[in-house]
Design a binder for this molecule. Sequence first.
Ligand SMILES: O=c1ccn([C@@H]2O[C@H](COP(=O)(O)OP(=O)(O)O)[C@@H](O)[C@H]2O)c(=O)[nH]1
Ligand SMILES: O=C(O)[C@@H](COP(=O)(O)O)O[C@H]1O[C@H](CO)[C@@H](O)[C@H](O)[C@H]1O
Length: 221
Amino acid sequence: MKAAAIIPAYNEAPTVAKVIRAAQAAPSISEVIVADGESVDGTPDIARAEGARVVSVAGGKGEGMAAGVAATDADVIVFLDADLTGLRPDHVERLVRSVTEDGAGMALGLFDRGRWLNPIFLHLLPRLTGERALRRELFTSLSPKDCRGYRVEAALNSRAAELGERVEAYVLDGMFHRTKEEKHGNPVLGFAKKVAMLSVAVWEYLAYQLRRRVRLSGRGG
Ligand SMILES: O=c1ccn([C@@H]2O[C@H](COP(=O)(O)OP(=O)(O)O)[C@@H](O)[C@H]2O)c(=O)[nH]1
Ligand SMILES: O=C(O)[C@@H](COP(=O)(O)O)O[C@H]1O[C@H](CO)[C@@H](O)[C@H](O)[C@H]1O
């Protein structure tokens, strides 16, 4: 079974090379594709120098992920953000094997936020992580609307639930990311960008919950 790593990236020059290398070193990964959203910081050149395939896409994160999936015939896809820190090959391998060997419909790798926060993000909050492995059919069952920008992870979570897929979720120890505050060098701007991003994801999550209740009430549930 062929597995491809797809890395959506927009201006991630400081971190993209290490993410690519971690994916390349995972035994199950046969190809690494960077879906570049027209970066202006040299991200695509760095990616090519690391041996990744680069597809250029106009649009946001979800559009980049869709372009990456369209560029491969891999049966299993593992999405990785380009801004990760501490990502190891065994993290990537675990995500893939959760799908190829453990029979999960989707596997979610969460940031390591420490012993007190990890249980909250793992069990109490919508799991919006960008680090996830799944069969390509689950991703291609999304509509183009689902793949717009930052709504894509929440849309994937909703679709997996609607299809009754078994989802495995776990913390990838030591893995985190460059936060928006770090990227923008301005805590206020970074926080505003995070709020804008999460509001899109939360809206999608709430829309799913509403659809689900309407469906259940229609069944007299
Ligand atoms: O228009 C965009 C915005 C973000 N990203 C990528 O999507 C991932 C997650 O985005 P972001 O860093 O904005 O979210 P965060 O990591 O803060 O949750 C990163 O690899 C970004 O480079 C992208 O490909 N296109
Ligand atoms: O992991 C999460 O809960 C959020 C927010 O993480 P941070 O508060 O920025 O560490 O980040 C995710 O949400 C985005 C929207 O779904 C995804 O696009 C990101 O890849 C993912 O990091």
